[in-house]
Ligand binder design. Structure first.
Ligand code: PMM
Length: 289
């Protein structure tokens, strides 16, 4: 299925007439992809506003790196990183999502103005997360996740990656809906790079229709990820560094948007903002839903 028929909308969030662009603000000293550029709150807020000026529809603020092998930050440090940035961006009218696996961080970020909780563990890392989100009545990203980043490579074992990811996401949807989060507020995400090898990510990217069969809007977060480094390694000895994967990221954004993604999550917004508009224009009238 191409085009955006049934791309869907999320209760509690604005409705966009094309694939939305989620800009990333990582408030971490060790983010693999932005090198900790945004570690200072004021700089992070400014960066978020720049992303909006470049075409981001929403901004995802995170204070904990989830790159392979990363060690966890403690909760106080995560709060210290995230809250002023969420508050500062929300005060400027930005649609803010908080990227966290901790219920307490989600709750405080929502109180500070975040309108979407993006939990890469899909509510599995912290048993308090789903009840907190259900009580707050706000949208929630359910990402496919098989455990914390240490050991994630050992979990990248699939007989049928698309079938297994879809089945595992379906059971997480059932669990979080059973625990009180309204289905209309859910977004699903295949979790590219999380317990997945490059070939798994590519298979998932070519299986948007299966992901969309879950009946919820799909978020694709391919930006600067290892699978892009892997496929750009042809003709080189080593993969290009994360910051040199933005053209490839924009290409993925165009494809994901054309295949009906609800949103794409990216570090470099300008090219992706163009890409989703090109995808929209190429869908033709059938896609205008
Ligand atoms: N990937 C990262 C962080 N947050 N959130 C969602 N929903 N999906 C993802 O795949 C995802 C995410 C990886 O870290 P990065 O911000 O440094 O790219």
């Amino acid at each position: 299925m191409t085009g955006q028929q049934g791309r869907g909308s999320v209760e509690g969030l604005p409705v966009w007439d094309r694939c939305a662009v989620m800009g990333v603000v990582n408030v971490t000293p060790d983010s693999f992809s932005d090198g900790g550029r945004c570690f200072d709150a004021a700089a992070a807020i400014e960066h978020g506003l720049d992303l909006v000026a470049e075409g981001a529809d929403l901004v995802d603020v995170g204070g904990e790196s989830t790159r392979p092998g990363a060690t966890r930050v403690d909760e106080d440090e995560e709060l210290r990183r995230v809250l002023p940035v969420v508050r500062g961006l929300a005060a400027e009218g930005v649609v803010v999502s908080v990227d966290t696996m901790r219920a307490a961080v989600a709750a405080r970020a929502v109180a500070a103005g975040a309108v979407l909780v993006n939990d890469v563990s899909g509510g599995l890392a912290d048993p308090a997360m789903v009840p907190v989100v259900a009580a707050a009545g706000i949208p929630f990203v359910v990402m496919h996740w098989r455990g914390f980043s240490h050991g994630t490579n050992g979990r990248a074992v699939y007989a049928d990656v698309v079938g297994e990811v879809v089945a595992e996401l379906r059971s997480r949807i059932d669990a979080v809906v059973g625990a009180g989060i309204a289905p209309e507020r859910l977004v699903v995400d295949p979790g590219l790079g999380f317990a997945k090898r490059a070939e798994h990510d590519l298979r998932l990217m070519s299986s948007m229709s299966e992901l969309r069969c879950l009946g919820r809007p799909v978020l694709i977060a391919a930006s600067r990820k290892r699978f892009l480094g892997h496929l750009l390694t042809e003709d080189r000895n080593t993969p290009p560094p994360a910051r040199e994967r933005d053209a490839a990221t924009a290409a993925v954004s165009a494809i994901a948007a054309y295949r009906g993604a609800w949103a794409v999550r990216v570090h470099e917004v300008r090219a992706t903002a163009d890409a989703v508009r090109v995808a929209r224009a190429c869908e033709g009238p059938a896609g205008r839903t």
